[in-house]
Every structure is written in C-alpha cells, then in structure tokens.
Design a protein around this ligand. Structure first.
Ligand SMILES: [Zn+2]
Length: 335
C-alpha cells in the first residue's frame, strides 16, 4: 500500500500510520500569506488546529531545541499538508529551496514534528524543501534563511547554539527518520548560525595559468572541444605511471574547501579519470567520467586542505580505463 502513495501520503503513513485520505483533501488552495508575528521575514499560513497542541511556551514548557527536517516533497506540498486536518503533523517553519519562509505554528504552541512528545514540547521544528536522498535541494539561500530563523529563536529562548541543541530529526531519541541526511552541511550551517562563516576565497587554475600548472611532455595540448576552459587543455593516455598533471594553489588557511573541476566531455575520453586531492588526511582520489558534464564546473567534494602554496589537485594517468585523461581547469572555494 505504501508504494502506491504520494510522497506526502507516505510521510503521513510514516508519522501516524493509517491516516485515511482522499486525493481531494490534498488539493487545498493556498491561503494568501500574511506576515508572521513571531518572526518578521516569515509569511504566516496557519496549520490546521488539528495538527498541533495549544500551549503557552515557555510558561508551560521550556524551549531547548531546534529540530531540522527535510520535507520529502516541495515547499508548497508541506504548506498544503499542514493545513490539512488529516495530516496530524506540523512544523513551526517551512523553508523553500529559494530561501522563502512560512510560519505555520506559533512558537508558543507545540508543533508535531519530532515523533517524540518530550522533544515536540521543547523544540522549534523547521522543515526544508527537498529530498534526503537527492542532491541539489540544500541551497545557499536555504541555509541562509534557515540559519536566520535559528539565530532568532536561539536568541529569544536562550538555546545554546551548538549541535547538542540544534539537531536533526534523525538525532531525536527514538527517531525512525533519517532527515536531514548526509547532504545537509552541518559544519556550514552552524557557522552561519554562529556568525563565524570564513572569509570568502576562491582560486581558479587553468592549464595555461602561469606558474601554477605542471605536466610532463607526455601530456599533449588540444583545443579540439569547444567545451574547453580557456584556450586549450592537456590530454594523456592512461598508463600505470606516476605522471600526474598538477595544479598549484595558494591555500590561505587550513580549512574546508570545495574542489571543482572543468573539462571538455568527448566520447572516447576516459570514464574514470582519477583526480587526486591533497588533503590534511592524505591524498584522496575521486574518479570522474570525462564523457559527461563537460564545459561546466563539476564538484569533486569538500575537503580539508592545509595552508600553503603547493600542488593541491592533480590529474593522474593511473587508471585501467581506456581513453584520454584530460587536465583543463580546477577551482578551489573556501566553505
Ligand atoms: Zn523530519
């Protein structure tokens, strides 16, 4: 039965089980938004009174936690669902991928989001548009909007701005949910909450950047693909040799950096090109399919790099897959 349900209905089943619904009840027309009285930037669209508990926090319960959730659906689907009396779930705030915020339960009231009565009574619940298992939902705009809510409520209720008090749904005792999942960047989010985001820094090194790119004469030069970064790029046959092309960066501090690579994608190039990232924990290799996602920045991941001016990223020839390995451009961004 569960497999035939929409994500929202599956979610309801996961929360409460056995909630009988017709499709029509999901199609409530969104209410024209008013301003929230608890939090200025939010629109106010009240949840159904069937979906939360009236309270007088912090007279009857102290607010000690913020619980971070993922909707497993769209922003509008959550707003509609919490207005539906059959939902039997709610959250104080809903945040969209674009950074819009709707409040649906007053902070003084107890929203039903944590699946744990004690935690419900002591927390503010924030739902985020998207899916735990998909890339691309947790945007910069969303992190900024959500962190601003957390700054507001932590300051109002004296909640410590740490990970013991700002938690994921998965961290609620007894939780059967996994949200917000591994794609939620807690380090970055807590930096935003605490106002300790690092100074912005980015550096791009192309194969033609003077003094910052090295490759042996075994690496040819080509301008064959229009997806190249700059005038040209370098290519080499795969071989079990230590003959990497290296990109040198002036890393300003030992910190977290996002590593992105740019290459032209051509049928016949290597599907498993090894990019080597020199991290504080040793060299980490990320395989990239250079027949796909050409002509744009492709993220290898976020890594801790040591401060210094050194060869931080390389393209290795050491792969058993056939086809040229390509070395074009690499970008580091401090995060
Ligand atoms: Zn949740």
């Amino acid at each position: 039965m569960v497999a035939t349900l929409s994500p929202l209905l599956r979610r309801a089943a996961a929360f409460g089980g056995g909630v009988a619904l017709t499709l029509g009840t999901l199609l409530a027309v969104p209410t024209a938004a008013q301003a929230s009285t608890d939090y200025g930037p939010a629109a106010w669209v009240p949840a159904s009174t069937s979906n939360y508990t009236n309270a007088s926090r912090e007279s009857d319960y102290n607010i000690n936690y913020v619980v971070i959730h993922t909707i497993q659906g769209s922003y509008s689907s959550a707003i509609n669902w919490f207005q539906n009396p059959a939902a039997q779930v709610s959250a104080h705030y809903v945040v969209s991928k674009g950074g819009a915020v709707t409040q649906m339960v007053r902070e003084a009231d107890v929203a039903w989001h944590a699946g744990n009565w004690t935690y419900n009574t002591q927390s503010i619940g924030i739902e985020h548009e998207g899916y735990v298992e998909q890339d691309g939902w947790y945007t910069e705009a969303m992190y900024q909007a959500s962190a601003a809510i957390v700054r507001s409520v932590t300051s109002k209720y004296g909640i410590p701005r740490d990970r013991a008090h700002i938690i994921g749904h998965n961290e609620v005792p007894g939780a059967t949910h996994t949200d917000p999942g591994s794609r939620w960047n807690w380090t970055y989010f807590m930096q935003l909450v605490n106002g300790t985001t690092p100074p912005s820094w980015t550096q791009t090194v192309d194969n033609t950047t003077a003094g910052r790119f090295t490759a042996s004469a075994n690496w040819g030069t080509s301008s064959y693909s229009a997806q190249r970064y700059g005038a040209d790029y370098r290519y080499a046959n795969p071989q079990a040799v230590s003959d990497a092309a290296w990109y040198k960066f002036a890393v300003p501090a030992t910190a977290s950096y996002r590593v992105e690579v740019w290459y032209p994608a051509v049928a016949g190039y290597n599907t498993s090109t090894p990019y080597v990232v020199v991290t504080t924990g040793g060299n980490t290799t990320v395989q990239v399919n250079q027949q796909a996602n050409g002509g744009k920045w492709v993220t290898l991941g976020t890594f801790t790099l040591a401060a210094g001016d050194y060869n931080a990223v390389g393209v290795s020839r050491w792969t058993s897959t056939s086809g040229y390995v390509i070395a074009d451009a690499v970008k580091l961004t401090r995060v």
